[in-house]
Design a protein around this ligand. Structure first.
Ligand code: PMP
Length: 357
């Protein structure tokens, strides 16, 4: 079987060029006689790979000098605990815009006074709160947002007013897909397995003045200052995942970077939402004002109809369209590596499916 259009929510499609580059040097990395997987992480050859990946993140996201870029393991989920351990003193505010936002809040509540400053939970997370809806305490240590809600298919339309309170953002499912000004945030973190590279790697971007506030009991491997001082090598990093991320980031750079991919992503999502809005059979889940550009969620007339659609799409080479187990329905994830042709193929399939009845 050849390559198919993979609409998975994460781990997700990766650029074919990056996979091919890795395949070509899998057993012998550029004449070293060993695979990247076999290199000691502190060797000069590996350091160059590691530093290049960090440099690409800085360049593509325009990370200012007074922010540190850390690479870690444990996924975004570990950062749900690392954020309060590193920052929570008096209290923290959370924008509860979806399942992962809620999980981040629940985790923080274990460590101190974390509270919901805005929530759309009772609306089935069909929309994400506007920033201005968040009742941010000016004395809070931080306000936490989830910029894109992977399961429900929503995107926060705006950030809460800073009021001097650092914004901490879980950007797992839309990092590098649209331009953000890093200066608007105190901390950005993301699991890699959607828009950065393979699973196993987590990127954390921290403003320097927020380092050094961790509680005494913070595990060293979660303490951002200790991680920074060790150059993200307190222990063995996920060496191959970092290398693969570097290949994906080079691909993104060659495509014109974040602003160019943002235009493509807008076009891709518009194409699919236009199809949903024309349809009499497919019903979009997210409210129009909160639509995600990365995860497009919709339904047919029934659960059985959703299953039939996903199964038939799979036979047509359009795979991983089933929604999250919590919500059911259909979800098409359109991360950076999903080409426009893949979305066109999906839209054509949906139109044909609707005509067939
Ligand atoms: N936050 C968001 C927005 C996510 O989409 C996910 C995973 N899909 C997570 C957090 C959890 O990430 P991980 O599996 O890397 O811990």
């Amino acid at each position: 079987m050849g390559r198919v259009y993979n609409f998975a929510a994460g781990p997700a499609a990766m650029p074919l060029g990056a996979l091919e580059a890795a395949a070509a040097e899998l057993t012998d990395f550029r004449g070293a006689g060993v695979s990247v997987m076999e290199m000691p992480h502190r060797s000069g050859a590996y350091r160059a790979i590691f530093d290049e990946t960090i440099g690409l993140i800085r360049e593509l996201m325009g990370v200012p000098d007074h922010y540190r870029v850390l690479l870690a393991q444990g996924g975004a989920t570990l950062q749900f605990a690392a954020v309060p351990l590193n920052l929570l003193g008096r209290g923290a505010d959370y924008v509860d815009s979806g399942y992962f936002a809620h999980s981040a809040l629940s985790e923080a509540m274990k460590y101190g006074a974390a509270r919901s400053a805005a929530s759309t939970r009772d609306q089935g997370y069909r929309r994400a709160p506007e920033g201005s809806e968040a009742d941010v305490d000016p004395n809070a240590d931080y306000v936490h947002v989830t910029t894109n809600n992977t399961i429900y298919g929503t995107r926060i339309p705006s950030l809460p007013p800073g009021r001097g309170v650092p914004i901490v953002a879980d950007m797992s499912s839309n990092i590098l897909s649209e331009a953000y000004d890093v200066r608007d945030f105190g901390v950005i973190y993301a699991g890699a397995q959607k828009n950065i590279g393979p699973a196993g790697l987590t990127v954390i971007i921290v403003r320097e003045d927020l380092l050094g506030r961790a509680r005494r009991e913070t595990p060293k491997a979660m303490d951002w200052k200790a991680m920074d001082e060790a150059g993200s090598m307190l222990n063995t990093p996920p060496t191959f995942a970092v290398y693969m991320a570097g290949l994906c980031l080079k691909w993104l750079k060659a495509r014109g970077g974040v602003e160019a991919i943002q235009r493509e992503n807008l076009e891709k999502s518009r194409l699919l939402y236009d199809c949903l809005d024309r349809s009499e059979r497919f019903v979009p889940y997210a409210d129009a004002g909160s639509r995600s550009r990365m995860n497009v969620t919709f339904r047919t007339e029934s659960d059985a109809g959703d299953e039939r659609f996903a199964a038939e799409a799979e036979r047509a080479g359009l795979v991983n369209l089933r929604g999250h187990r919590l919500t059911g329905g259909i979800r098409a994830s359109l991360y950076n590596a999903m080409p426009l042709e893949g979305v066109r193929a999906l839209v054509e399939f949906m139109e044909e499916y609707e005509r067939r009845g």
